[in-house]
Design a protein around this ligand. Structure first.
Ligand code: CUA
Length: 294
């Protein structure tokens, strides 16, 4: 909101100053033809010669600086730090890490949950190529650049579930790289985050042994198990997410099984190797296990 207000004030004031300067110039040139008017020369110095424009632009600068506390993406010294969420773009998914003000970080992927009405700071980066983070409904958009951390602050006004696409062409599956944003009541959000930090109740279910025996832990983490890989998306509580594979499929056993057998056919360029050579029953068991991680 503050940015939109600043934009309109700047645009309208800029247009008025431009019109006044050009108007004075035209007036002064015409006057000059008739008489060497001192009046026109004076006007020219005042308007064309930038004394008044400089003063007005100074006022606008003051206004912008005065608005800065509302639009700066970082917390001021002494201001209580709020929730910070680190998001890293990967080909072609999102690594998400919540940094609550009071507690250890919590890892997740491909879905972002936010408390309604609170200022949340995002730190955005990329591990491979340039991606871009955008939640159209909330207005924030910022590039994710390898080797650099960009900051963005958002405050969601309404609860609901929204979609965020990647908005920088980043490879063959750029169009298949999205995430969901779930805006929750602050108390519900805090309960959810506390649950998210704990191992899923489904972590001991059958199918988990197959997940481990087939090498999935080399890339994936499931909190509370020996799976602690960090190459691919964190799968703790994957069954409770809105979507699978970065916004492209529902989270059900069938979709998970098909992604395990042929990830590259569903998401061209995905780093995950295909596991189609496993017995169908094993794939189904692993899929059921993952779907049960709520
Ligand atoms: Cu990531 Cu486009």
């Amino acid at each position: 909101m503050a940015v939109a207000r600043l934009f309109w004030v700047m645009a309208i004031a800029g247009a008025l100053i431009w019109a006044a300067v050009i108007g004075t110039l035209i007036y002064a040139t015409r006057e000059r033809r008739r008489v060497q008017s001192e009046h026109a020369a004076g006007l020219l110095i005042l308007w064309g010669g930038a004394i008044i424009p400089a003063l007005l632009l100074g006022l606008l600068l003051g206004y912008a600086l005065w608005l800065m506390p509302d639009i700066r993406p970082w917390s001021a010294p002494g201001e209580p730090a709020g929730l910070r969420i680190e998001v890293e773009g990967e080909q072609f998914w999102w690594r998400v890490r919540y940094h609550p003000a009071d507690g250890p970080p919590v890892d997740a992927a491909n879905e972002i949950r936010l408390p309604v009405g609170e200022r949340v700071e995002f730190t955005l980066t990329s591990s491979d190529v340039i991606h871009s983070f955008w939640i159209p409904v909330l207005g924030g958009k910022m590039d994710m650049i390898p080797g650099r951390t960009n900051r963005l602050t958002l405050r969601a006004a309404k609860t609901g579930t929204y979609r965020g696409p990647c908005t920088e062409f980043c490879g063959t599956s750029h169009a298949l790289m999205a995430f969901s944003v779930v805006v929750m009541e602050p108390d519900a959000f805090r309960d959810w985050l506390a649950d998210e930090a704990r191992p899923s109740p489904g972590a001991g279910a059958p199918g988990g042994e197959l997940f481990i025996a087939n090498g999935c832990p080399a890339c994936h983490t499931v909190r509370g198990t020996e799976a602690t890989g960090a190459v691919g998306p964190d799968l703790s509580h994957v069954g409770s997410r809105e979507t699978l594979a970065a916004g492209i499929m529902p989270v059900d056993v069938e979709a998970i099984a098909s992604f395990i057998s042929k990830p590259d056919a569903i998401k061209p360029g995905a780093q995950m190797p295909a596991f189609g050579m496993l017995p169908e029953a094993d794939i189904a068991a692993i899929a059921a296990y993952l779907e049960g991680l709520k």
